[in-house]
Design a protein around this ligand. Structure first.
Ligand SMILES: Cc1cc2nc3c(=O)[nH]c(=O)nc-3n(C[C@H](O)[C@H](O)[C@H](O)COP(=O)(O)OP(=O)(O)OC[C@H]3O[C@@H](n4cnc5c(N)ncnc54)[C@H](O)[C@@H]3O)c2cc1C
Length: 389
């Protein structure tokens, strides 16, 4: 039976894309989108890039308006999914009956501190617009900053803080960017970061204390690192608590099938969902992955088994320390690239790695190439199969 009432829970890029895709797929019934933020959807990736540097009015995070014409309930939080009564229960006690549900509640920043530290304002995280505004506000005084976490997000935050004139130390117990990109490319980023003035503390942060209003990060081995401000980028936690009694969680995870379904009437997409890829079932909390999942899940809700399975194409980008990287294909990458044109340490390069399963990953650093061409290069057996140059 085709659904007549669909409720989308979460108003980030997954919720927005699902809403628009439902309409494109021909769903003309009652569409409600519930989001606990007060804002219409915006670009989260911009928050750790241009938004830290934008002068005056921040604009880089704005997205084009939606086309779904849904009833949007902003500032409303779903607290329970009643799968028997087919209703989404909200924090004001009201219920939204549904024939179909899209779970798009994303994730939140994991915190280093225990809550008491966070309460005095000294540990910031960067997940939403308020976080970005708070960080911008604090950076105006050019504080000394310790960033904890060597992922792309931690490195982007460190890069932004350095660009506005702060002294920045990055704490990471693994080589920054290595888990995400592999050793060869992480070296490229490390070199750029060092020459931009980033200080590195190659250690694990094991605690965060307050010393007279200033945060102090405690490192493994007993040493301490003080600063005016600590920003942690230590991972994310999927927002699944509201689903605790739904019976949909398996081992605490929301595992969807290749069409984004948990049941015929319930789909999930984006940072909240673990989905099957060629490298196993897992969350891939990235922007393009979220968009692809949301389109597939929306179609599955309307068309069931006739909807195509998700043909997942990994795509990742980052901007930091003067480097702009785009990668099509699975990461991280072992060894040296099989093909390389240019030099990533000098000016820019386009590179390709081959994998044992016959697939490949194409990476462009400071190299102008449209994404479809990068995708073609990642799939081609040899660079001659692409028109990258
Ligand atoms: C600072 C930053 C930089 C990033 N940079 C990149 C990048 O360069 N490249 C890249 O590929 N990816 C990047 N990402 C990741 C990318 O932004 C995410 O993968 C994407 O935003 C996930 O979208 P989503 O809609 O699944 O989740 P979210 O964007 O988290 O949206 C979920 C929404 O649901 C709301 N919600 C949660 N629980 C409830 C509830 N119970 N009821 C109602 N609403 C609820 C949340 O408040 C939120 O508004 C970045 C992320 C961050 C935070």
């Amino acid at each position: 039976m085709r659904p007549e009432r669909i409720v989308v829970v979460g108003n980030g890029i997954a919720g927005l894309t699902a809403g628009d895709s439902l309409r494109t797929a021909g769903f003309d019934g009652e569409l409600t989108i519930v989001g606990d933020e007060q804002h219409s959807p915006y670009s989260r990736p911009a928050l750790s890039k241009a938004a830290l540097l934008d002068a005056g009015d921040m604009a880089s995070h704005r997205l084009p308006p939606s086309t779904h014409e849904a009833r949007e309930l902003l500032g409303a939080r779903a607290v329970r999914l009643d799968v028997e009564k087919k209703a989404v229960v909200l924090d004001d006690g009201s219920s939204l009956p549904y024939d179909g549900v899209v779970i798009a509640t994303g994730s939140r920043a994991r915190r280093l501190g225990d809550g008491n530290i966070a309460a005095n304002g000294n540990e910031l995280t960067l997940r939403n617009l308020e976080d970005a505004l708070a960080l911008r506000h604090r950076l105006a005084d050019r504080p000394s900053v310790v960033v904890v976490g060597g992922s792309a997000l931690g490195m982007e935050i460190a890069s932004g803080c350095l660009s506005v004139g702060c002294e920045v130390t990055l704490v990471s117990h693994h080589r920054p960017m290595a888990r995400q990109l592999g050793p060869y490319l992480s070296e490229v980023f490390l070199a750029a970061a060092r020459s931009s003035g980033l200080k590195l503390a190659p250690s694990q942060a094991v605690g965060l204390h307050d010393a007279g209003g200033h945060p102090v990060v405690e490192l493994a081995g007993g040493s301490r690192l003080g600063a005016d401000l600590v920003v942690s980028a230590v991972g994310d936690v999927p927002n699944t608590e509201w689903l605790a009694s739904s019976g949909l969680l398996a081992h605490g995870r929301l595992e969807v099938d290749t069409r984004g379904r948990l049941r015929p009437d319930i789909v999930a997409a984006g940072d909240v969902a673990a989905f099957p890829t060629a490298r196993g079932v897992g969350r891939i909390p990235l922007w393009t992955s979220t968009i692809e999942q949301s389109k597939a899940a929306a179609l599955a809700l309307v068309k069931g088994d006739e909807a195509p399975e998700l043909d997942f194409q990994p795509y990742f980008w980052t901007e930091q320390f003067g480097l702009n990287l785009k990668a099509s294909g699975f990461l991280p990458l072992a060894g040296m690239p099989g093909f390389s044109e240019g030099d990533p340490h000098e000016g820019g390069a386009i590179m390709r790695w081959s994998h044992e399963d016959g697939t490949g990953t194409a990476v462009a650093i400071n190299y102008r190439i449209p994404i479809p061409k990068l995708r073609r290069l990642s799939k081609a057996g040899s660079p001659a199969g692409s028109s990258a140059a």
